[in-house]
Design a protein around this ligand. Structure first.
Ligand code: FAD
Ligand code: SF4
Length: 556
């Protein structure tokens, strides 16, 4: 379906069907007004209506953008295939589409297009990521009125009105409440549904052995995706991961199906098991929609509203069937339907209108200086196991294998296993950031940077999080079954079989004693360390030193 044509050496053009290709070559005569759609904006519903009057949609498949880091091959397949499908759908809907593969960056491609098409003008929606945004701004400077930049409409909250507040340490929870008030989501007469803003205390269960985890939705690669897989293997052979087993949705229709599956079979248990981890179960009851939200196939507003609708419908069904069952108080008699639990629905909503929106505003507020943040001044390489999954620490092996296989690990694995271990081993947070950015299919700088430098490594010194997220094996054991089949003993603090998280955790408290003691939320940790006997402290220090030296030796 895609044909390659070379107008010059630097641009290879992939075009949808011959008729469009013809239009491309005639374009300098009649395509005057174009809409550029960036890689993470694959949803025309988010563009103002007046833009339906443009002559054509222009998009770039940029090899340069895909090479800034060794991005997971599945991430590239997802993004390139989604874009080619999107272009194909636009074309079917009657739009003229220019989709070009280029060695240049997206902005470089647009520059070249404008230089060779003197009548053309381009409307660009602000990219969410900093670097392409700055490049588009430069284009606007260079081409004046021929470039019009319009605000990004893919988020719910107006970032501009929040950046100063967030920069000054305003916490997510208060932001979230305000967005609840503004949107009216899960509000009941000005009060939060059920009386509380947050039901997190019900959302910390570990997974019982007999709980059935539903299969995650998967999609067989069609012809377009197969072509992209071949292109990715050819163009990026040394990138992280593999294209094999690619099963992500690449169209809005299929992304909606993933979300529908979440509403139907996962949302009920999403809340309670949100923080749980289990051997061989990377997805559990998570929604798995972040890759699609982050490239525009789904929108934050529609998923929140659909979740609330499902919640309201389940309440209504319960009431109706209660009435039919004949119970005079409208109770459960003859009714086996279940109301979706409020803690699950509220928990999901908080992730999207709370965390996701807040994270994006933090990015706007803190860029670009935050890129250099390194509160603890850590400089170690990230351990090799992040590339190979080769470790006998079972929790780390499970999480890194899932990243290699799927470009995915869920939130608690990212926070309490992958980032935790990086912090405890003194790895440079910026190296961890790069790894998260290229290894995960849902990573884009605006979302991965705040999560890594703000939330999970405390590199920003506490603007986003009120304390560093570090923990010993105890936490991992409480929330997972990983320790049962691990060669290490999670109960032992020191000694040959002791869980490394245990002594590394206390070693971290010792190492950062002075910085941590100013933090009221971890005073308890400091006091516990201070009370330990000198011999135990020495054992912890020595064993950590040996472990870290071994890790370094293995890395080099
Ligand atoms: P669910 O658990 O089902 O949550 C629902 C949705 O809430 C997610 O799809 C996501 O859109 C949103 N969400 C939840 N938490 C966050 C958060 N902290 N920040 C932003 N959105 C959130 N998320 C990304 O989308 N891209 C990233 O690159 C990314 N990197 C992360 C790195 C670290 C170190 C940590 C701790 C978290 C990161 N997150 C990132 C947030 C979160 O882990 C993922 O959004 C989530 O695991 C995606 O899986 P899911 O769709 O099944 O999410
Ligand atoms: Fe991880 Fe320690 Fe448990 Fe092993 S014992 S799975 S290393 S927490």
């Amino acid at each position: 379906m895609f044909q390659k044509s070379t107008g010059n050496d630097t641009i290879r053009t992939l075009l949808l069907a011959c008729d469009v290709r013809t239009q491309y070559y005639q374009s300098s005569r009649f395509v005057r007004k174009l809409l550029y759609i960036h890689q993470d904006q694959l949803n025309l519903n988010c563009f103002p209506e007046e833009l339906s009057s443009v002559d054509a949609v222009i998009m770039a498949e940029s090899v340069a953008d895909a090479s800034i880091l060794p991005f997971h091959k599945k991430k590239l397949v997802l993004e390139w295939s989604a874009r080619r499908h999107f272009a194909s759908e636009l074309e079917k809907d009657g739009y003229d589409v220019i989709l070009s593969q280029t060695e240049k960056t997206s902005a470089g491609f647009l520059r070249e297009y404008l230089e060779s098409h003197r009548d053309a003008s381009i409307v660009i929606m602000e990219p969410a990521e900093w670097t392409p945004r700055m490049e588009m701004m430069k284009l606007a400077d260079a081409f004046g009125e021929r470039i019009r930049i319009i605000p990004n409409t893919f988020f719910l909250a107006d970032a501009g009105s929040w950046t100063d507040t967030v920069r000054n340490g305003y916490r997510m929870e208060f932001f979230y409440r305000e967005i609840r008030r503004q949107t009216g989501y899960l509000m009941d007469d000005g009060k939060p549904e059920g009386g509380e803003w947050n039901y997190d205390d019900r959302n910390r269960k570990s997974l019982p052995d007999d709980e059935n985890v539903p299969e995650s939705p998967s999609f067989t690669p069609d012809k377009i995706t197969q072509e992209v897989m071949a292109d990715v293997n050819r163009l990026f052979p040394d990138h992280f991961g593999s294209t094999e087993g690619f099963a992500y949705a690449v169209t809005r229709k299929d992304a909606l199906q993933v979300f529908r599956n979440f509403l139907d079979v996962r949302l009920e248990n999403f809340g309670p098991y949100q923080d749980a981890m289990a051997d061989g179960e990377p997805f559990l009851f998570h929604s798995l929609i972040s890759p699609y939200l982050n490239i525009g196939l789904l929108t934050a507003r529609e998923v929140c509203e659909a979740a609330i609708e499902a919640y309201d419908a389940s309440k209504k069904q319960k009431t109706d069937s209660g009435k039919k069952g004949g119970g005079s108080d409208g109770n459960d008699e003859g009714d086996d339907s279940k109301t979706l639990p409020l803690n699950s629905v509220e928990g999901f909503l908080r992730q999207i209108i709370g965390w996701r929106e807040y994270i994006r505003i933090y990015y706007e507020a803190m860029m670009p200086d935050v890129r250099e943040a390194n509160h603890f001044s850590y400089g170690e390489e990230l351990p090799d196991l992040y590339w190979s999954a080769d470790t006998d620490m079972n929790c780390l092996s499970q999480a890194t294998q899932s990243v290699l296989d799927h470009g995915y690990a869920h939130h608690i694995q990212r926070l309490m296993i992958l980032s935790n271990f990086s912090n405890l081993t003194g790895s440079d947070p910026r190296r961890l950031l790069d790894w998260f950015w290229f290894a995960f299919v849902d990573a884009h700088e605006w979302v991965v940077l705040p999560n890594v430098l703000g939330m999970s490594t405390f590199a920003d010194g506490g603007v986003l999080a009120s304390k560093p997220y570090v923990a010993g094996g105890n936490y991992i054991n409480k929330m997972s079954n990983h320790c049962k089949s691990c060669r290490y003993n999670v109960k032992a603090r020191t000694g040959e079989s002791a869980c490394p998280f245990n002594y590394l955790y206390w070693n971290f408290v010792d190492r950062e004693h002075d910085k941590l003691k100013q933090n009221p939320r971890i005073g308890f940790m400091i006091r516990t360390w201070d009370k330990k006997g000198e011999e135990e402290k020495q054992n912890i220090r020595e064993q950590s030193e040996v472990f870290l030296a071994e890790l370094k030796r293995y890395n080099s």
